[in-house]
Design a protein around this ligand. Sequence first.
Ligand SMILES: C[S@@+](CC[C@H](N)C(=O)[O-])C[C@H]1O[C@@H](n2cnc3c(N)ncnc32)[C@H](O)[C@@H]1O
Length: 308
Amino acid sequence: MTLYRHIPVLLHESVDLLVTDPRGIYVDATLGLGGHSEVILKHISSSGRVIGFDVDPDAIAIAQKRLENFNNFQFIRNNFKQIKIELTRMNLLPINGVLFDLGLSSLEIDNGEKGFSFINDGPLDMRMDPSLPQTASDIINHENREELRRIIRDFGEERHAGAIANRIVKIRNQKPYQYTSDLADTVRETIHGPFQIKSLARVFQAFRIAVNHELEALKRGLIDAFDCLAPNGRLVVISYHSLEDRIVKTFFRDLYTGCICPPEQAVCTCSNRIQAEPVVKKFLEPAQAEQDANPRSRSARLRCLRKL
Ligand SMILES: C[S@@+](CC[C@H](N)C(=O)[O-])C[C@H]1O[C@@H](n2cnc3c(N)ncnc32)[C@H](O)[C@@H]1O
């Protein structure tokens, strides 16, 4: 088996913020290869617990091996949008903290077979969860031009979404898309110059988000994770691109906001109340040394709140 490495991002900062009670119950909503979970487990006592969620069975297998010596670790192969259902079923509520380290692990990005990479060729799949019904090639070969444009524009924030969608439709009429190199070639043929690499990253991000319904899962996951927290419980979220971060920022801001009635109104009718307070002012970013050592950490932003 190839040995994949994933360098956990903002590792000590996130765990220091998350763990407030060594006997508490913590959820690692994005277990990956278990890097964050391992440090959480080292921070808590044997009466504390860590529950790790992931949809990728390959990641879970690696994390399970890595964490096999911890009796107080348990994994759940499910989407983090099911956090409340799973924890209720296990009778674990309320809990003391949830960590989200969003996106993909290096295992997923670097392994061409998973179809996320425009560098290592492989089938145009992009499913983190192999039981999902639709792959990236299904979407690219079957969705209409307008839907392709919408995906590339809304999930990739790519300015040339229309031109790329047009080219996809033209090419797939001659030969269906099968490999990541097919999609990468289309982007390279459409976008020229120094920004080509950024467009490649944006288009691959767009289809990855569409295949895995990432933004819907994040919105649901945040709401339900917050519901699962005990008073003083912490939510720590590390995001890697502006679409994710915007969702996290808006969700946190709404929880920090009390009454939204107009100031001239004497009696409150909105029933909005402050439910959380920030633990970190705005957000944390990796220090320069971490960014130099791990270029994938460069875009990371960590936000943290405390439930009141
Ligand atoms: C950046 S990695 C986490 C790495 C981990 N913190 C570590 O140190 O090894 C993100 C992981 O979250 C998983 N993931 C992404 N979206 C998910 C979701 N909605 N539900 C469950 N797991 C998800 C991915 O499969 C991936 O393994």
